[in-house]
Design a binder for this molecule. Structure first.
Ligand code: STX
Length: 322
């Protein structure tokens, strides 16, 4: 019996990589990478979120292993990359050039770039810098990383939707420092006091864990209680977002969209995404008239929301057929 097209698609079965390794980049960092699926499949690179989130085994499951050669790697300072939680030589420019180092190391000429949230930020910045290396874009939970996007999440915006979780985010920061919460967190996450650092790393990360699914705090995953995971996640995110953010031109990713106008692009976006509100995906789709935007009516931010899994698996299948 053939499956009804109305039925939601689920992840592909769990798989082990057919290859993995470590690639030194520059004088400080070494990246962990893995290749999954078919060695002669269509090349694709997976960009995880955060920055600082790292890859997990579940992230291999968006790709038909018979069709794709999916490359997953842990960005500088997180996951299995070393040194852990290290912010030296760790900027988006470094991450973009790491993708080039990895692509050359693996002998890939062009690849599909797949990324959600911060992964969409990095995907767009990479594609705009190296458009000739990108055969397609599959993006989710669009994060344009403007000051307004950062402020929405960490100062004023998402707090209106999750006041319960917000209390936990405010808790480590005294009233007098709450005018600039990212700066207040930065002082604690990069200060001398180990207890303050641990408390701040948990609270910072749990705020995101509590807001990424439509279930809110009831849907928080275990990662956000893990002291090792949260230290790198919080420090890397906070350092990228502090001091004026990632881009010299605040609106860079939209202003430079014309550079990637002809690259096939599919965007999957949850209607009730509190972390990266749908407005960003809408603006990107307007700037990329050939892109396909699917707004999932009953999903939040996380790649693991059932409606987002469905959209992403359909998108990777469609690209593999094209
Ligand atoms: N950070 C958004 C982001 O990229 C502002 C992101 N949010 N949660 C995640 O990533 C993980 C699921 C990787 C923890």
């Amino acid at each position: 019996m053939t499956k009804s097209t109305n039925e939601r698609r689920d992840l592909y079965p769990t798989i082990a990589p057919f290859d993995n390794g470590f690639l030194p980049v520059g004088s400080v960092h070494t990246l962990y990478y893995e290749q999954c699926g078919a060695a002669d499949g269509t090349p694709l690179v997976f960009l995880h979120g955060g920055p600082g989130g790292g890859c997990s085994a579940q992230m291999r499951q968006f790709f038909d292993p018979k069709k794709w050669r999916a490359v997953l790697f842990d960005q500088r300072g997180c996951g299995r990359s070393t040194p852990f939680s290290c912010l030296d030589d760790n900027t988006i420019e470094h991450l973009i050039e790491d993708m080039e180092s990895l692509r050359e190391h693996l002998g890939v000429e062009k690849w599909v770039v797949f990324g959600g949230s911060w992964g969409s930020t990095l995907a767009l910045a990479y594609a705009q810098k190296h458009p000739q290396r990108v055969s397609g874009l599959i993006l989710r939970g669009i994060f344009l990383c403007r000051q307004s996007d950062i402020s929405w999440l960490y100062q004023e915006g998402a707090n209106a939707l999750f006041p319960d979780a917000w209390e936990g985010f405010l808790a480590p920061i005294p009233q007098a420092e709450r005018d600039d919460l990212v700066a207040a967190y930065h002082r604690r996450l990069f200060g001398e006091d180990e207890d303050l650092r641990r408390i701040a790393a948990r609270a910072w990360s749990q705020w995101e864990g509590d807001t990424i699914t439509i279930k809110g705090p009831a849907g928080r995953a275990d990662d956000f209680d893990d002291d090792r995971f949260v230290d790198a996640f919080a420090r890397i995110e906070c350092s990228y977002f502090a001091n004026g953010g990632v881009f010299k031109r605040d609106n860079q990713l939209l202003e430079d969209a014309h550079l990637i106008a002809d690259i096939p692009c599919t965007i999957i976006q949850g209607r009730y995404d509190a972390v990266t509100p749908v407005w960003g995906a809408w603006a990107l789709a307007k700037a990329l008239p050939k892109a396909k935007l699917y707004i999932v009516p009953d999903a939040g931010h996380s790649a693991m929301e059932p409606g987002i899994i469905d959209g992403l698996v359909r998108a990777t299948d469609a690209f593999a057929e094209a």
